[in-house]
Design a protein around this ligand. Sequence first.
Ligand SMILES: Nc1nc2c(ncn2[C@@H]2O[C@H](COP(=O)(O)OP(=O)(O)OP(=O)(O)O)[C@@H](O)[C@H]2O)c(=O)[nH]1
Ligand SMILES: [Mg+2]
Length: 241
Amino acid sequence: MTEVEQPADRVDVVLPCLDEVEALPGVLAALPAGFDAVVCDNGSTDGTPEVAAQLGALVVHEARPGYGAAVHTGLEATRTDVVAVIDADGSLDPAELPAMVRLLRDTDADLVVGRRVPAARGVWPWHARVSNLVLSGLMRTRGVGVRDIAPIRVARRQALLDLGITDRAFGYPLELLIRAGAAGWRVREVDVAYRPRAGGRSKVSGSVKGTVRAVRDMSKAIARTRPDRPSTAVDGRGTAS
Ligand SMILES: Nc1nc2c(ncn2[C@@H]2O[C@H](COP(=O)(O)OP(=O)(O)OP(=O)(O)O)[C@@H](O)[C@H]2O)c(=O)[nH]1
Ligand SMILES: [Mg+2]
C-alpha cells in the first residue's frame, strides 16, 4: 500500500489520458461515489492534466511515452486495495464499475474485465474488430478465454503490480491478460456498452495506423510472454531494453 491510504471501500480509477481534454470532464463527472480518479499524463499538449487537477483528480506525470507507461505509473500512484482502469475518452461508462467491483469482491474472481458491446452502429471500425478477433484467438491458445482486451478492468492493486508487466506501449493490456492466465488468475468478463469517443482524436483503433501499431505491440507482448522466453522491459515506443 502507498503512503496515503484510502478507506477500504474506496476504489482508485486509473485513467490513461493523452490529449483527452474534450472527453475527460464527462468521464470524471460520471465516476460513481466511492471512486477516485488517478489521471496519468505523459505528453498531452491540450491541457488535459491541468483540467484533470482542476476537477479534483490526482494527476501524475510520466516521462516515458506510451499507454502502458501511463497505466503503470498511474497504478503505482493508487492508494486503494481494489483498483480500476478505464479509457478516458468517454467511450466506456464509469457507471459499469460498481458491478465489476462487486464481482471481484463477492466471487472468486481475481480480475474482472469488460467486453465491449457497441451501443451504436459504426462505433467499432472493422480493422479493430478483426484485430480483436485475432488477438482473442491467440489469447485462447494461452488459456485466457476472453473476447476483448480489457479496456476496462478491476483487480487488486498489489496483485497487479506483482504480475510484473513489462510492456509500456499498447501491448500492456494483452501482456496483463497473458500473465494473469499464466498465474492461474480467475478472469471474469462482463459485457459493457461501447460508445463513440466523446471528443478528441483516437490514438489506437480509430485509425488503421493506430491499429497496426497496437497489433505490432501486442504481437511483441505475445512473443515476449512465451513460456520459454526470459522477460525484457519494453518502452512506450515498443523497443525492448
Ligand atoms: N497517457 C497516455 N494515454 C494514452 C496513450 N495512448 C492512448 N492513451 C489513452 O488510452 C485510452 C485509449 O486510447 P483511444 O485513443 O481511446 O484508443 P481506442 O479506444 O482504441 O480508439 P477510439 O476508437 O478512438 O476510442 C484513452 O484514454 C487515451 O487517451 C499514451 O500514450 N499515453
Ligand atoms: Mg477509445
